[in-house]
Design a protein around this ligand. Structure first.
Ligand code: SF4
Length: 429
């Protein structure tokens, strides 16, 4: 039995890198410092492991790779999707494969923080690392997000009770505000809760910008909250030394979408005339930021990229996963470390059942259950090492703590690329 220290948890965008994992042979027997989600990720990593198969029948890894290569090499308009729960060497290989076969490549941002990327492209973002928040923030606003359940250690490591250089008393040195359409477990850690009406975010953010500029509003409430309370929030922000506004899918996936993010980012920028004020999205999957980062440095665009013309094109709504599937445009799909059949709208998921589908995943899922080809892999951050990007874009190493009988996602993609190159050059595999 031995303990591996400073292990990074690959589950959520916090990527807590202070875990101690106790290993006995090839079993993980204890995980220290992780939250309940992180513990479950490590302790149950062997539950529901995927098996290699073709059309529901057991097959060797070689046969699965050959069949996957045949499908992808013959596809006219394929889709590569997923990738938020793997490491960034796999991301590089996925982009290389998309380039080789002229695919659309998209990832989970498309259905969570795609509007965040569009908002930042439009007006830029005043932002900072989680370390700066821990050490300096005396005012923290959570807007349309629920860290207590989605990122359980975010408050204790960085944003609420964390003790930093200029926040030595932790929570006592911070004021925490929660803005949302309903109370959640995160409300309990806030000093004040502002309950707004559903889909009122753009209206509220625009009103805050107007009030900040000294303009009078001819209404008594905005979004269900009185103008006095909004004015009070602005005074509180102006009186802070270092404020940060975190937003979640309660902002990006409600009416207004990327325009909500634009309004929020402009407000954050304008608040810097009065105090230091920053903003950041609460990113969900462990390495969804890594995929956006790699795709951006490889193609110039963060999600929804089409490579069918031999050069990258970007158009959310055209080359994004839900749209491609709902319009039944793609004729084959490769899903990596993701479960779109369980999570996409039924119309989009339905098309995945109608086309050749390849799933590369350590675990069984709704997607592997209907896939024509299933290729199991070693789980990134548990049985395969690599790099992942924390929600604040800080890259962190993922460790391998136990062995897997299967190769990593990057190794499988490398083999697929080799086989398809050989096919395209006219040789037999
Ligand atoms: S907060 Fe996220 S990264 Fe940290 S231990 Fe929990 S699930 Fe893992």
């Amino acid at each position: 039995m031995h303990t591996i220290t400073n292990v990074t948890c690959p589950f959520c965008g916090c990527l807590c890198d202070d875990l101690d994992v106790v290993v006995d042979g090839d079993r993980i027997v204890e995980v220290k410092n992780a939250c309940v989600l992180g513990k479950d990720t490590f302790l149950h990593h062997r539950k529901g492991l995927a098996e290699p198969r073709i059309n529901g029948r057991s097959a060797s890894s070689e046969e699965c790779l050959a069949e996957a290569a045949r499908i992808l090499a013959g596809a006219r308009y394929p889709l590569i999707y997923g990738l938020a729960s793997t490491e960034s060497r796999a991301h590089r290989k996925a982009v290389e494969l998309a380039d080789l076969i002229g695919a659309n490549i998209d990832h989970c941002s498309s259905v969570c923080h795609g509007p965040t990327a569009q908002g930042i492209q439009t007006v830029g973002a005043p932002t900072c690392t989680l370390g700066e928040v821990k050490n300096r923030a005396d005012l923290v606003i959570f807007w349309g997000c629920n860290p207590a359940e989605a990122h359980p250690r975010h408050p204790s490591r960085y944003s609420v009770s964390a003790r930093g250089l200029f926040t030595p008393q932790g929570k006592k040195d911070r004021t925490v505000i929660h803005v949302d359409v309903r109370r959640t477990p995160s409300t309990r850690m806030a000093d004040a809760f502002l309950q707004i009406k559903p889909n009122a975010d753009y209206e509220v953010l625009s009103a805050l910008r107007a009030l900040l500029k000294g303009q009078a509003l001819d209404v008594s409430e905005v979004g269900g909250v009185s103008v006095e309370e909004w004015q009070g929030l602005l005074e509180m922000i102006k009186g802070s030394k270092f404020g940060i506004l975190y937003w979640g899918m309660g902002l990006t996936m409600t009416r207004g979408k990327y325009l909500n993010v634009v309004a929020l980012l402009l407000l954050a920028q304008e608040l810097n005339q009065f105090t230091k004020f920053l903003s950041a999205p609460m990113r969900g999957h462990g390495n969804v930021v890594g995929m956006a980062t790699v795709l951006t440095w490889q193609t110039g665009y963060p999600f929804g990229v089409n490579l069918s013309r031999g050069y990258p094109r970007y158009n959310p709504g055209e080359f994004t996963v839900v749209d491609l599937l709902a319009r039944r445009e793609v004729d084959a799909a490769l899903i990596i470390a993701s479960d779109p059949v369980a999570h996409l709208p039924a119309q989009a998921a339905g098309h995945l059942k109608a086309i050749p589908l390849i799933a590369i995943d350590p675990k069984e899922s709704e997607t592997t259950r209907i896939a024509q080809v299933v290729i199991p892999t070693a789980q990134a951050g548990i049985s395969a090492p690599g790099i992942a990007y924390r929600m604040d874009h800080v890259p962190l190493p993922l460790k391998k703590v136990v062995d897997s009988p299967y190769p990593s996602d990057a190794e499988v993609l490398t083999q697929l690329i080799g086989r398809i190159r050989t096919k395209k050059s006219g040789s037999h595999v």
